[in-house]
Design a protein around this ligand. Structure first.
Ligand SMILES: Nc1ncnc2c1ncn2[C@@H]1O[C@H](COP(=O)(O)OP(=O)(O)O)[C@@H](O)[C@H]1O
Ligand SMILES: [Mg+2]
Length: 367
């Protein structure tokens, strides 16, 4: 990252002939290389128009757009489009071509030989999680989710550095959509494209975007920032309304256990006496204590089960609410509120004890 942004919109303006107001107004956005920027806003706010101006399916009436440092108006369209993959709603596959032929569209236009094309098609099927058996079928034989994977494979065929996606998941049901979103994030971890994705769904924007650009009617930019920053600090009443309810919960979905301070936790060594254990419980204001044997948390015991024998004689209950440093705070909260001790135990990948997380700490972490 750093350096010249992969895509740069500077004061971009679009007025369609005869329209009462501009579709896009003075839009300035830098999209850093290798990141996902999501354009989000209500229907008709100029998202599609903006996307199509990047690959010159539509030409701006003002301002300028650069892709990898070159003005899109100053280069032949076919050269520009070779560097830009384009994915649209319902994938837009050619119905009379097989899946393999659909994916091979651009490589064929570029004159690749058959073996190279076949190898690339196989590679792409693997990349987007498409069963190779489907390659000889026609689009109508595939589910909406599968067609969408094919659309992504086709867009990536010639390995363009930039990928534009227009409402790619709006035609599939919520469960498939969630899968496809997860797949896109996993795919992006491997290919590191510069992606501009359009959606009207704020939750999709928050989930997928490294940054989100919130557009108002007329293509007016209201805020452009990370999802975290937008949720923390909405720039306008419009943004606040668009983010909707549960802003705190949405932020918790983005922040991780490792982002907040853990407490050492209400724990004692197995050798502690009942008096020592009671003192620790008093300090934490709870009626149970965890038993920590070096870095292994054995479980917890009730205060009222402690007798003269200390921890030895008392029944020890396992902690069921365990999380990892990379667990989202929202999930940690869910786990925590259902646990008997009202804390989540944080363990590392080897199961070693790192500390405990309480509701108060989560609340601090998102404040
Ligand atoms: N080809 C066109 N001719 C005239 N007006 C258009 C055209 N395409 C889009 N518009 C208008 O521009 C505005 C933005 O449209 P669009 O970019 O498709 O919005 P979005 O994708 O955010 O729903 C809308 O008011 C729409 O009616
Ligand atoms: Mg649109």
């Amino acid at each position: 990252m750093g350096g010249t942004p992969a895509i740069r919109l500077v004061g971009v303006h679009k007025e369609f002939p005869g329209a009462r107001r501009p579709a896009v107004t003075a839009l300035t956005i830098d999209v850093p290389e290798g990141t996902v920027t999501v354009l989000v806003g209500p229907s008709g706010c100029g998202k599609t128009t903006t996307l199509k101006m990047i690959n010159r399916l539509i030409e701006p009436t003002g301002g300028h757009i650069e892709v990898e440092g070159v003005d899109v108006m100053e280069q032949p369209r076919h050269e520009l489009r070779r560097r830009i993959g384009y994915v649209i709603q319902q994938a837009g596959l050619f119905p009379h071509r097989t899946i393999a032929a659909n994916i091979a569209t651009v490589p064929r236009l570029l004159g690749w030989d058959k073996r190279r094309i076949a190898a690339r098609v196989g590679e792409l099927a693997e990349l987007v999680g498409l069963d190779p058996e489907l390659l000889d079928r026609y689009p109508s034989a595939l589910s909406g989710g599968q067609q969408q994977r094919v659309g992504v494979a086709r867009a990536l065929a010639a390995d363009p550095p930039v990928l534009l996606m227009d409402e790619p998941y709006s035609a599939v049901d919520p469960i498939v959509r969630a899968h496809l979103q997860d797949e896109l994030l996993a795919l992006q971890d491997r290919v590191h494209k510069t992606i501009v994705l359009v959606t009207h769904d704020i939750d999709e924007a928050i989930k997928l975007g490294d940054r989100i650009a919130l557009l108002n009617v007329g293509g007016v930019l209201e805020q452009y920032d990370t999802p975290e920053a937008v949720l923390r600090d909405p720039a306008s009443p419009f943004v606040e309304r668009f983010l909707g309810a549960e802003r705190g919960l949405k932020r918790m979905a983005l922040r991780r256990v490792a982002d907040v301070g853990l407490s050492a936790g209400c724990v004692v060594a197995p050798s502690a006496t009942s008096v020592e254990a009671a003192a620790v419980m008093d300090r934490y204001g709870v009626d149970w204590v965890g038993v920590l044997d070096r870095n292994e948390l054995r479980g917890w015991v009730w205060r009222h089960d402690l007798g003269d024998g200390g921890l030895d004689g008392a029944p020890c209950h396992p902690f069921r609410a365990t999380v990892r440093p990379d667990t989202a705070l929202r999930e940690a909260l869910d786990i925590l509120v259902t646990s008997q001790t009202r804390v989540a135990v944080v363990l590392d990948d080897d199961g070693a004890y790192l500390g405990m997380l309480t509701i108060d700490q989560i609340s601090e972490g998102v404040r």
